[in-house]
Ligand binder design. Structure first.
Ligand code: SAM
Length: 230
């Protein structure tokens, strides 16, 4: 039942990663809850028999709380994953999942978040919409509302407009200006930048795979990656 909410492409990524790296016994899924209630962690426990799955999110949903309360191998952690206290609560794991979250990370930025988590893990499994126009990684809100609307994926125009009108206001919960919150698309990361960033952190790319283009903005292409610490 819970699997109905999960993306089969992400499940295939998990399957492929664990087939290639059967030594993986524990995971941390960063940004695990919205829309999926920690389901990818449940999948690795039930289908791949991992020994521990840590579920990290700013908001642990009630459905996540419900199933994890019956599953002693699951550990929900409420927190922002760019903070030292969250890193401490999670501890060391074999693999860290970043599924559709790196593009949202600012202060610390996506590459700084990877740097923070690199000492904690042997593998990174990443699913991310990648920017394929030019060779530079872009910070989307720097280009203004109209450009964003024309070039980036967004859910709701009214919400986007309100965000742009209030970029300098402060978000107390995330402790940063609204411009930097993780609720909007922040970075267009290029494939080359992803590979180079992980290489500098001491991680080799085991596989990278083009998965699909976004229907309304086909220059944004979902990719999956498995990186292994050297
Ligand atoms: C786009 S959803 C992705 C959900 C899921 N990983 C998936 O692939 O379907 C982003 C989730 O990550 C959480 N999130 C994003 N950035 C975060 C951060 N820095 N700290 C804690 N949670 C974060 C949000 O609360 C939300 O639950």
């Amino acid at each position: 039942m819970y699997k109905q909410k999960l993306d089969p492409i992400k499940l295939s990524l998990i399957d492929r990663a664990i087939t290639l790296a059967p030594e993986i016994k524990s995971s941390a899924d960063l940004g695990a809850c919205w829309g999926v209630d920690g389901g990818y962690s449940r999948y690795v426990l039930e289908e791949h028999k991992l020994e521990k799955a840590v579920i990290v999110d700013q908001h642990i949903t009630s459905a996540t709380q419900e199933w994890t309360s019956h599953q002693p191998k699951a550990k929900p952690v409420t927190g922002l994953f760019g903070t030292d206290s969250t890193l401490e609560k999670v501890g060391d794991v074999d693999v860290v999942f970043f599924f559709d979250v790196l593009l949202h990370q600012v202060a610390p930025d996506w590459n700084e978040v990877l740097k923070m988590w690199a000492p904690k893990t042997k593998y990174f499994l990443i699913h991310n919409p990648m920017w394929t126009v030019g060779s530079e990684t872009l910070r989307f809100p720097d280009y203004g509302f109209e450009w964003f609307k024309a070039n980036v994926v967004y859910q709701h125009e009214g919400r986007l407009k309100e965000w742009f009108a209030n970029l300098d206001k402060f978000d107390l919960e995330q402790n940063k200006p609204l411009k930097d919150v993780h609720n909007f698309w922040q970075f267009g990361i290029t494939h080359q930048d992803m590979i180079t960033t992980l290489d500098r952190l001491g991680f080799d790319c085991v596989f990278s795979k083009y998965l699909k283009s976004r229907s309304t903005k086909p220059w944004i292409k979902n990719y999956g990656y498995l990186f292994k610490k050297r």
